[in-house]
Design a protein. Structure first.
Length: 152
């Protein structure tokens, strides 16, 4: 990002900020197949809401337990991060975890033209197999591009 302090020359710096956002909107960031942004979306539930027994147990057995905290610390300290990110480039998009929530957001962010053609193909073509759909879709799009009438 560019920083322009008053009275000094503008300089480029790395933006190392880490933002946490909480929202009910499952499509909070624009993700697409060619998106290189490093977002991690996590779907949460209210499964433990008002479960005081669970949280009291957690406090006693984890937060107030020095042995448990030491074991967690040792596990994190000995974690083999090189197995997860061999290049040690933690900014690398290919090393980012992917979950179904993110895949759903990517699908929702498809270009509107693709949505239109997907719906049209489903509605107008009798498709028996995936190969049949691929062939008929390419043939239909080819007819549109050359201005020909699609044969029935």
């Amino acid at each position: 990002m560019t920083v322009n302090p008053e009275g000094l020359q503008a300089v480029e710096i790395d933006n190392l900020c880490d933002y946490d956002m909480t929202t009910n909107n499952p499509n909070v960031v624009k993700l697409s197949d060619d998106s290189s942004r490093r977002f991690l979306q996590i779907e949460t539930t209210s499964y433990y809401k008002n479960n005081y027994e669970f949280f009291n147990d957690y406090l006693q057995n984890v937060e107030y337990n020095p042995v448990a905290l030491r074991q967690i610390y040792q596990r994190l300290f000995n974690f083999d991060y090189k197995a997860v990110v061999p290049s040690l480039n933690f900014q690398d998009v290919c090393c980012k975890p992917s979950i179904s929530v993110e895949d759903s957001a990517r699908h929702k962010n498809l270009d509107k033209t693709i949505w239109f053609f997907e719906d049209w193909v489903r509605e107008h073509l009798n498709l028996n197999t995936k190969d049949d759909m691929e062939y008929k879709t390419k043939r239909y799009l080819g007819c549109i591009l050359i201005g020909a009438r699609y044969p029935e």
